[in-house]
Write a new protein. Structure first.
Lengths: 467, 223
């Protein structure tokens, strides 16, 4: 059988457990009260009976059976709450307020017991009253019974017992109600979270838990879950975007590759001979596709890691000098003036390999887009903020103001650059590297238009001051 | 050259085997680290090509084991990963070089052959000689046919690497890694420009060009 949802919740089960423990404790407590009150009533009755018995026995010892008989008759007529019976040694009644001894062993002495006596109430109905009584054999052999109607005491005890039962029931009802209330609250909060989890599991990545502003652990959990989902969603959006972008960017080289292979295949089949060239080009295309994959992978890993691995302190001018040395001949070859202006004795913290790759990407771009006769400047300087800035300025066509934010995005290539080789990932990777170092990438206009040249582009990779 | 190929992708191993055999090498294949370990203990090899990720025993564990046992055979790690950390980890485990899949076959052969050479240079050399070319490693001087050639420091390093691997193809990536110590792939032809500068210095004015371009692979210094 499947229990209703509420009864399966952890808080409700805990409530039941505590209720059980509480009920056990309450039962013990109530049992103690019962024993204390009921026992006390019986003891007092017995004391009274004993006292009455003692006074009658004393009267007997002093004045004999007739005095007792007389005394009984007087007492029975009075309003005393006692029951009396004086019997001959064989148990036959001499006098008293009851007909015969309720005690079985009339000759046994002394004895006491609980029993009931019958009486008629105000309406003349037969009622039974609970009673207690003792019986003693007097020194002359007669038997004396003294009892007391305890119905009033009993009624008192019954009231107490009823009150106790009532209290017990109240405890359970209140405990259960409280438990249900608490469980309902808790399970409502948990349920809301569970709904979010279920929604996400079903692919609704936009689902978020409600934060009620109570600052309790549910709010904390909800906030944590929401934050986690935000990150997950961003990361997934990134992946999805990368996926779309890869599909988009790889489609044309793959299409070209396929066409080349097909042509080569048909040519070879027909006995024509330029299959070798087609295969060579196909290999080149494949390499291009693989490069794109590599760049996408690097960006994804940097973004996933959040921080570049293996960061060390180093002089940024050293790295710039290395790259200047690597790129200077290429610039010269292309008829570009290359200059490096490096401020020494600064420090940055970073992953040299990633930063080198970022600068190489920027230099690649500058070399690629600056026409012969232009100039490229690599500069390292300390900004007034204490940040370290690598900048590369070229005198190429630059990037129009409105496109500057866009070119950093993955796979964005401006129309006039589509003919150049490249994956469209160069600047995205630089931006990812900057971010992974807590830095940023800034694009601005170069030195301006000079004749056919310009206005140029200035790209700055800004790294935070090392802590 | 005897080469042990430890690779769980059997098709890739087959292609490697074929290519290396065609290049004149003798190959033995093992499908995972445990078999590779057994094979490396059983035979002598000039180079081992070991995939990092394999069932039963991965490449790093296998190489750590043979290095502990004193086997110094040069190892080229292959990996589908390719983050800096992976490479550093592979080299720390006792690998000598690291190549990311997928790779150009020319790159693989060039690296394997470069590794085999590494073992032969046991003693510290002060002088390198390739044909007419002489390099004085202490005096930092280069002569061809007795004529001094003036080189920039980086050109000197570049030529030293080419001379140490004379007769072998070296790829642009290898040069960038071993001479400049960068592990990325520039979009522009930076390495080609450096090579052509070096070439103009060592070959210009001599009748026989020594620094050859190997199509689809890179460069080779011939005696």
């Amino acid at each position: 059988m499947r229990l209703p949802r509420l009864f399966r919740t952890t808080p409700f089960r805990l409530t039941l457990l505590f209720l059980a423990l509480f009920a056990a404790a309450a039962s013990a407590f109530l049992a103690y009260i019962y024993l204390a009150t009921a026992g006390e009533a019986t003891r007092r009755t017995d004391q009274n009976i004993t006292r009455e018995m003692r006074s009658l026995v004393a009267a007997y010892d002093r004045a004999g059976v007739d005095a007792v008989n007389q005394s009984l008759i007087e007492r029975a007529a009075s309003e005393r709450p006692f029951l009396y019976l004086l019997m001959k040694p064989d148990g036959t009644r001499i006098s008293g307020s009851i007909a015969e001894s309720p005690l079985e062993d009339v000759r046994g002495a002394p004895s006491r017991a609980s029993f009931s006596v019958t009486d008629y109430d105000a309406q003349g109905r037969l009622v039974k009253h609970p009673a207690r009584g003792f019986q003693e054999r007097l020194s002359g052999g007669e038997i004396l019974f003294v009892g007391a109607d305890v119905s009033e005491d009993q009624a008192y005890v019954v009231k107490i017992v009823r009150a106790l039962w009532g209290a017990g029931a109240l405890v359970i009802v209140l405990g259960l109600a409280g438990g249900l209330l608490v469980s309902r609250n808790v399970s409502r909060s948990m349920g809301a979270l569970n709904d979010v989890v279920a929604a996400v599991r079903n692919g609704e990545f936009g689902a978020r838990a409600t934060v009620r502003g109570t600052r309790d652990e549910f709010d904390e959990l909800s906030e944590g879950v929401n934050e986690m989902l935000d990150r997950l969603e961003r990361s997934m959006a990134g992946h999805r975007h990368a996926g779309d972008a890869i599909a988009h960017d790889l489609r044309s080289p793959l299409t070209r590759l396929r066409a080349r292979l097909e042509t080569a295949y048909l040519d070879v089949e027909a006995g024509k001979g330029n299959a070798e060239e087609a295969l060579g080009q196909a290999l080149d295309d494949t390499d291009g596709v693989l490069k794109t994959f590599g760049a996408v992978l690097s960006i994804a890993r940097l973004q996933a890691a959040g921080q570049a691995p293996d960061q060390v302190l180093f002089d940024p001018a050293d790295l710039a000098a290395d790259l200047a040395e690597l790129y200077e001949p290429t610039c010269e070859d292309k008829g570009l003036e290359f200059d490096a202006e490096l401020t020494r004795d600064l420090q940055v913290r970073g992953n040299r390999e990633f930063l080198a790759q970022a600068l190489a990407n920027l230099l690649d771009n500058a070399v690629k887009y600056t026409p012969a006769g232009g100039a490229i400047m690599l500069r390292v300087r300390r900004r007034s903020s204490g940040e370290v800035e690598y900048s590369i300025t070229d005198t190429g066509p630059g990037v129009p103001d409105e496109d500057r934010a866009r070119v950093v995005e993955r796979f964005v290539r401006l129309e006039n650059s589509r003919s150049e080789p490249g994956s469209g990932l160069g600047l995205s990777l630089v931006a990812a590297v900057a971010e992974a170092h807590g830095g940023r990438l800034e694009l601005s206009e170069g030195p301006g238009k000079v004749g056919e040249m310009g206005p140029g582009l200035r790209v700055a990779l800004i790294l935070p001051r090392p802590a | 050259m005897r080469i042990l190929i430890v690779e769980d992708d059997l098709e890739a191993a087959e292609v490697m085997d074929r290519g290396l055999t065609e290049a004149g090498h003798e190959c033995v294949r093992a499908p995972d680290g445990e078999d590779g370990l057994a094979a490396s203990r059983a035979g002598e090899y000039d180079v081992m090509i070991v995939d990092r990720m394999m069932p039963r025993m991965d490449g790093v564990t296998m190489i750590q084991t043979i290095r502990r046992e004193g086997d110094q055979t040069p190892v080229l790690f292959l990996s589908a990963l390719g983050e800096i950390n992976d490479r550093v980890e592979g080299l720390k485990a006792g690998g000598d070089d690291y190549l990311v899949k997928p790779y150009a076959f020319a790159e693989l052969i060039a690296r394997v052959e470069a590794l085999s050479r590494r073992r032969e240079t046991g003693s510290v050399q002060t002088m390198l000689r390739v044909g007419e070319l002489e390099m004085d490693l202490i005096g930092r001087a280069v002569h061809r046919q007795g004529k001094e050639i003036d080189l920039q420091p980086r050109e000197f390093q570049l030529l030293e690497f080419m001379m140490r691997h004379a007769g072998q193809s070296v790829t642009r990536t290898m040069l960038l890694e071993k001479v400049w110590e960068y592990h990325f792939d520039p979009q522009t032809n930076v390495i080609d420009v450096h090579i052509s500068r070096l070439r103009s210095k060592i070959d210009k004015g001599f009748d026989k060009p020594m620094l050859q371009t190997v199509r689809g692979a890179g460069y080779r210094l011939d005696p």
